[in-house]
Ligand binder design. Structure first.
Ligand SMILES: [Zn+2]
Length: 337
């Protein structure tokens, strides 16, 4: 595992110049093959064009970032809407389409995805992200491990999520360099793009009467892994917006959900914050039902995939680089880390 500082400073500029399909045109083709190739190329060009725009939109903060998403079925893949959201029992609409062996190989090598039919988009709104469940969720109350594809984490390059899960029992404190275990409760350690918005939200919440206390803000991927290890293995922390400085954990009142007035105030805050400035702030679960009450996050359009086609396109590019963490969206963090 590379030290955290090393990960943050990776120069991924080469990613934007990578040629995604270097050998396709070098083959000799018969006329009907040529026609198919031209059509295919047109489709791919559409995807690449959008990709280039996405790259251009990435601000240069010393690191270029993994391109997010052409977000269309430009490669002819199944439309994302068919594998977005959940059914009435809250079971994800897992991907049921077909992928070429090449695309499956890209997903495996770039993002640790062994079984593409375990992929889904977490919800059907703009904020939905491509996730992977090593084991399928089969009932509304069943807990399964779930990972956001392309998020920075302690997963080693080339490692599958299943392999990481087998390695989890060894993810104890002494398995990480001390310098990599970073946890902050300061808004100043968050992504500079959201710091003032978070401060304004906290001020507005207090003005609205909520007794709110910030417990945690930025946590390094290693710290998240340690938290998961110490907390008994629930893994939603392993691919977290805390590691992008775009999530906070808060406590309302005395923080005790067993206290009816605290619970009432906490639900009211969660309703309030998800209405504050439209969809900027999100909570996990519902305002009155969650496995993670303290968590409030600020998703970013540049972090995470909105389609399998987008992940495959980005995977082809990041795999063509030498950088070991090129297939992770890189955080935008202040120098204090
Ligand atoms: Zn959290």
């Amino acid at each position: 595992m590379a030290a955290d500082g090393e990960k943050l400073s990776l120069d991924l500029a080469v990613l934007t110049n990578a040629k995604p399909y270097p050998s396709l045109s070098s083959r000799v083709m018969r006329p009907n093959q040529l026609t198919r190739f031209v059509l295919l190329s047109m489709f791919l060009q559409i995807g690449c064009g959008k990709d280039s725009i996405a790259h251009a939109a990435n601000r240069a903060a010393g690191t270029a970032r993994l391109s997010h998403d052409p977000s269309s079925a430009a490669d002819g893949y199944t439309a994302p809407a068919t594998y977005s959201g959940t059914d009435p029992r809250r079971i994800p609409h897992y991907f049921a389409g077909n992928l070429s062996p090449e695309a499956r190989g890209v997903l495996r090598r770039a993002f640790g995805v062994v079984v593409p039919s375990h992929l889904y988009i977490s919800d059907s709104t703009r904020g939905g992200l491509l996730k992977y469940d090593p084991e399928l969720k089969r009932c509304s109350s069943c807990y399964v491990n779930s990972y956001r594809i392309g998020f920075i984490s302690v997963r080693r390059p080339g490692e599958s999520w299943e392999e990481l899960q087998r390695r989890m029992p060894s993810l104890a404190r002494n398995s990480f360099p001390r310098s990599s275990l970073i946890a902050s409760s300061s808004v100043g350690s968050m992504d500079p793009d959201v710091q003032s918005e978070v401060t304004q939200m906290l001020d507005a919440a207090r003005r609205a009467g909520f007794r709110i206390h910030v417990v945690s803000t930025y946590r390094s991927p290693e710290q998240e892994a340690l938290l998961m290890h110490d907390g008994g293995g629930r893994t939603h922390t392993l691919t977290s917006l805390h590691s992008y400085g775009r999530a906070i954990d808060v406590r309302i009142d005395d923080g005790k959900l067993g206290n009816p007035s605290t619970r009432r105030d906490w639900i009211a805050f969660r309703r309030w914050v998800t209405r504050y400035r439209g969809n900027d702030f999100r909570v996990l679960g519902d305002p009155d039902q969650s496995w993670d009450w303290p968590h409030v996050e600020l998703p970013s359009d540049r972090i995470g995939f909105r389609s399998i086609a987008g992940a495959v396109d980005a995977g082809r590019k990041c795999l063509s680089t030498e950088s070991p963490h090129a297939c992770e969206f890189q955080p935008n963090l202040p120098r204090v880390h």
